[in-house]
Design a protein around this ligand. Structure first.
Ligand code: ADP
Length: 690
């Protein structure tokens, strides 16, 4: 029922709220003016009043209305950190925490890491003495609970992006509800959400007994939760659907960008793609196409995904001079977490990369799958923040309305492995996992799988849901997935190969391949990779590369990386992470000598050590060249980027660090193993592996 156009799109119209636009928004020059024009500004008094009177304030508002950047500053200006305490603001995504801290320190005219700072896993910039506004991931704040169970360093905690419903957000809400019972008068919680489910947050906190106990003369209403809504400012967005489904969303997104650039008036473009690899590819393709069309001079192409340098982060926000158009290729992070001014066109590929856990097979995989309809609405909304915009959906209207796109996202607590959450809850003293007051109770099969996994790693006392003192408690302290944490602790305690285990875990925690294949130099790059390659698989190959990097003098490292087609960014990060993990082990009492113990040429010691953590991911070769877990399950294939991919002689038994599903279910980070190790390192899990 929509008019069809010759550009292959049909169009509809979509307008979520009446626009109370202020057309000077684009002309704002100073930071102060920009701040005043944000919708949050006109709600400042209301917020400060609400937070005086209520221990929980739920703030709902469109993405980009200034919740994340402004609310902490209003609280700071009103003196909420005057007592030397900190205003904390949590984010589900690491990159968002770092970018927000950068922005707010600029707005306040202070150096990042002084009054305003951030702290995320493996990276931080803050000073406990001076930092008053701290952006952190919700996971990092939960880790802080291990050392400071009442979070006494904070006067206000803002749980931002609560609509995302990450496991860590849900868990933090539950912990804050408990903490509020003990700190009824001196802690305030702000929950901010871009969707309209505020009532659910209120109901959860209102069931806290604080409400009943604090209705006294001095604090008449303190304790009850209240909702504050920041009125939206969204311009109409013209929605374009494909008339016929596209075969390849990468090609389609590049074409859409070029079409907009050639035919549409000024305005920046935001392209949503599932992952980092897609982003790199789309960027390279657009670059090439634009060059051939003489259009590159008037376009600036920037990526937005995890792991950007500070310089790259800044580029995302660089205002464009007249006549130049910015194209941001982004993961889901730009859907609500990060708002970029100047976006008028959105290209939505319709997919997102998500982690999914199957509690029957125990496979934890990254899957590229269709987004939810509510996600599509949020993505479209990014085009209409400051003026009417357009969204190009790279799927058909029929597909959108079909069952392919679910109405909402499933919260993480119902679809991920709960082992990390259970481990942390237990370390915080929550032993009755069934009666814990979850924001949303997890499915029982996921809970029992988590307990089984932790028990088989050796983190639980026999037959009891209590952490073992010398392993389980240490495991909870390591900022790692329990499987990887177990590899490290076993390397320290049993296998005496921490030098290499730290390198392996450092690489796996980063999750990026250090080998780069520059366009047109594939043959040379492949040849060079052979210097580091070993038949034992990817992880040992990565270890070789990282150890060689660490042995290269710091001054020569980037040149050395270029020479060997290695990513110096990835290796630098992995090196930093492995040194930080060494710091954790030293604080646990392992000596520096122990941390430097090497397996030398005896690689099997390292392989066995890795098996002691990753054993649940062990698989055996099938006749068709695929692999299957010992407990059965779907066919698993060697990823084309693996060092074991092109060879015909595949190892009989392997173990993988990560599974990902695209056209097939692939294994990444593969290590060849000996099946007899399984019963040895995980007797409960493999009583009779053959
Ligand atoms: P919300 O939390 O409501 O989604 P934000 O506080 O993130 O809104 O965004 C408010 C404004 O701050 C937006 O105009 C956005 O473009 C700007 N902004 C946020 N982060 C940055 C940054 N790192 N650099 C420049 N501008 C930013």
């Amino acid at each position: 029922d929509f008019p069809s156009n010759d550009d292959g799109f049909i169009r509809s119209y979509y307008n979520r709220s009446s626009s109370v636009a202020n057309d000077t928004a684009n002309k704002a020059s100073t930071i102060e003016e920009q701040r005043r024009q944000l919708p949050a500004f006109s709600h400042k008094k209301q917020l400060l009043y609400a937070i005086e009177k209520h221990s929980v304030v739920i703030v709902v508002g469109e993405p980009g209305s200034g919740k994340s950047t402004q609310l902490p500053q209003y609280l700071y200006e009103a003196g909420w950190s005057a007592n030397g305490k900190t205003i904390g603001c949590t984010q589900p995504r690491r990159i968002a925490a770092a970018m927000l801290a950068q922005r707010v320190s600029e707005e306040m005219g202070v150096e990042l890491g002084t009054t305003v700072g951030y702290s995320v896993r493996f990276s931080d910039a803050f000073n406990p003495e001076t930092t008053r506004i701290k952006y952190l991931t919700d996971g990092t704040l939960i880790r802080e609970c291990l050392a400071d169970p009442l979070l006494s360093a904070y006067s206000v905690i803002m749980v931002d992006e609560a609509q995302d419903r990450s496991i860590a957000t849900d868990m933090l809400l539950a912990l804050l509800k408990k903490i509020l019972r003990k700190r009824k008068n001196d802690l305030r919680v702000v929950i901010s959400s871009a969707s309209l489910d505020a009532e659910r947050f209120r109901a959860y906190f209102d069931s806290n007994d604080v409400a009943a106990t604090t209705t006294t003369a001095e604090t008449p209403t303190l304790g009850s939760a209240t909702i504050l809504s920041i009125s939206g400012r969204l311009f109409p967005v013209d929605v374009h659907y494909l008339t016929t489904p596209c075969e390849n969303y990468l090609t389609a997104s590049v074409e859409a960008v070029m079409n907009i650039h050639m035919h549409e008036p000024a305005g920046d473009i935001l392209v949503f793609l599932p992952g980092k690899d897609d982003i790199a590819q789309a960027l390279a393709d657009t670059h090439e196409l634009a060059q051939n069309n003489d259009g590159l001079g008037s376009m600036m192409l920037v990526p937005l995904s995890a792991g950007l340098s500070q310089e790259e982060q800044r580029q995302v926000f660089d205002p464009m001079p007249a006549g130049k158009r910015k194209v941001v290729f982004s993961t889901n992070v730009a859907e609500t977490s990060v708002t970029i001014d100047g976006i008028v066109y959105v290209v939505d590929c319709g997919f997102v990369k998500q982690r999914v856990f199957d509690s029957v097979t125990g496979i934890d995989k990254l899957v590229t799958q269709p987004i939810s309809r509510s996600s599509a609405v949020q993505r479209a909304g990014r085009a209409g923040r400051t003026q009417p915009g357009k969204v190009y959906r790279l799927y058909t209207y029929e597909a959108f309305k079909s069952g392919l796109f679910s109405p909402h996202d499933v919260p993480e607590v119902c679809r991920l492995s709960l082992a990390p959450m259970v481990l942390t809850l237990m370390a915080l003293g929550v032993n009755n996992l069934v009666r814990f007051d979850y924001f949303q109770p997890p499915p029982p099969e996921l809970l029992s799988h988590a307990l089984e996994q932790l028990a088989s790693l050796g983190a639980l006392e026999p037959q009891r849901a209590v952490l073992t003192p010398d392993f389980g408690i240490y495991l909870a302290e390591l900022p790692l997935d329990p499987k990887l944490g177990a590899c490290l602790l076993n390397a320290a305690q049993k296998f005496h190969c921490l030098r290499e285990a730290l390198a392996a875990v450092g690489m796996l925690a980063i999750g990026s391949d250090p080998f780069v294949v520059p366009n047109g130099q594939r043959a040379e790059a492949e040849l060079d990779k052979r210097d580091f390659m070993v038949q034992e698989g990817d992880v040992l190959t990565f270890v070789n590369a990282l150890v060689a990097y660490q042995e290269t003098p710091a001054k020569l490292r980037s040149q050395w990386c270029r020479l060997h087609f290695l990513s110096s960014r990835t290796l630098e990060q992995a090196d930093r992470v492995s040194r930080q993990l060494e710091g954790y082990l030293i604080r646990m009492g392992y000596s520096r000598e122990r941390c430097r113990q090497s397996c030398g040429q005896d690689f099997s010691r390292l392989q066995k050590c890795l098996t002691s953590g990753l054993f649940a991911n062990a698989a055996k070769l099938e006749v068709d060249g695929s692999y299957r877990l010992f407990r059965g399950g779907p066919a698993l294939w060697v990823h084309p980027s693996s060092v074991l991919f092109p060879e015909t002689a595949k190892p009989k038994f392997v173990m993988f660090a990560e599974a990902m599903e695209t056209t097939k279910l692939y294994m990444r980070g593969i290590t060849a193993i000996d099946s007899t190790w399984l019963a040895e390192v995980a007797p409960h899990y493999y009583s009779e592996a053959k």
